[in-house]
Design a protein around this ligand. Structure first.
Ligand code: DAK
Length: 258
């Protein structure tokens, strides 16, 4: 049985972390499969990716504590680097990635959701960075990405206290964009993904690139990337099609990512 499932429908890919008996905790074989699946996403045909967890209870309940417990320092660094590399790949995918958080998103699970462009969760979701209570620091980018989403004060509070927060609080602090029932979660996220998939990929991708550039390297650099992306939309099929459709009062548009 695969530890990571992947399917594509109508230009939307769904990655499912599939280890429900351990609440989808991330161990080495799972991280290796996830890395492979991310490499296999065909970003020419897939226009938006969703990441979710198998079962009704958990998105990802963190890195596998059983596997980590007896690691030596070197092994822990390798484990951390593996997770970091894969999460970095997710963040750098040219297409948008939405986390559909269907339960526990703790430690590495919260960090996986933070590597996505944004998060939508079910009302039973629980977020947290419990690492300091386990004697470790967050290791899959949590000290870096959480503060960018919720601000450094709130990120520090969550990390230092290791306190879990429920869906309503996650919404209040801006960690998730929307909360829905468990049944509504995937349909809601798929609808959003389909809405994204309908827009010009060249423009959606350029927007992601410019926002991420500013996020990582600052506004001055982000503005340069924005100008470059804006300019490179012109003379493309998609720019001609989008503006042409408006001027011709035409609803139907065919974007080709070219
Ligand atoms: N690891 C391994 N197994 C886990 C797990 C985890 N993180 N979370 C749950 N499980 C397993 C449980 O052991 C149990 O297995 P069995 O006993 O049935 O064999 C099964 O999933 C069901 O869990 P529970 O029986 O505990 O279920 P409950 O509903 O009672 O509780 C819970 C659900 C999510 C509150 C509880 O399972 C829990 O507290 N889990 C641990 C959550 C946690 O602390 N997660 C953060 C892990 S630390 C680094 C790289 C990465 C990281 C850090 C550093 N470097 C190397 C630099 C990342 C760290 C983390 O993510």
């Amino acid at each position: 049985m695969s530890l990571v499932l992947y399917e594509v429908q109508d230009g939307v890919g769904v990655v499912t972390i599939n280890r429900p008996e351990a609440l989808n905790a991330l161990n080495t074989p799972l991280l290796e499969e996830l890395d492979k699946v991310i490499d296999e996403v065909d970003t020419d045909s897939v226009r938006c990716l969703i990441i979710t967890g198998a079962g009704q209870k958990s998105f990802v309940a963190g890195a596998d504590i059983g596997e980590m417990k007896d690691m030596n320092s070197r092994e822990a660094m390798i484990f951390g680097a593996r997770g970091n590399d894969t999460f970095e790949k997710i963040e750098r995918l040219p297409i948008p990635v939405i986390a559909a958080v269907n339960g526990y998103a703790l430690g590495g699970g919260c960090e996986l959701s933070l590597a996505c462009d944004f998060r939508i969760c079910s009302d039973n979701a629980v977020f947290g960075q419990p690492e300091t209570g386990l004697g470790i620091t967050p290791g899959f980018g949590g000290t870096q990405r959480l503060m960018r989403v919720v601000g450094s004060g709130m990120a520090k509070q969550m990390i230092y206290t290791a306190r879990n927060i429920k869906a309503d609080e996650a919404y209040r602090i801006g960690l998730v964009n929307q909360v829905c029932t468990q049944e509504e979660l995937l349909p809601t996220v798929k609808k959003l993904a389909t809405q994204i998939a309908k827009n010009a990929p060249i423009a959606v991708r350029g927007s992601k690139q410019a926002i991420n550039a500013a996020d990582r390297l600052g506004v001055e650099y982000g503005k340069v990337v924005e100008e470059k992306c804006f300019g490179s939309c012109f003379e493309t099929h998609d720019q001609q099609e989008g503006m042409g459709a408006f001027l011709e009062k035409r609803k139907e548009k065919t974007f080709t990512n070219s």
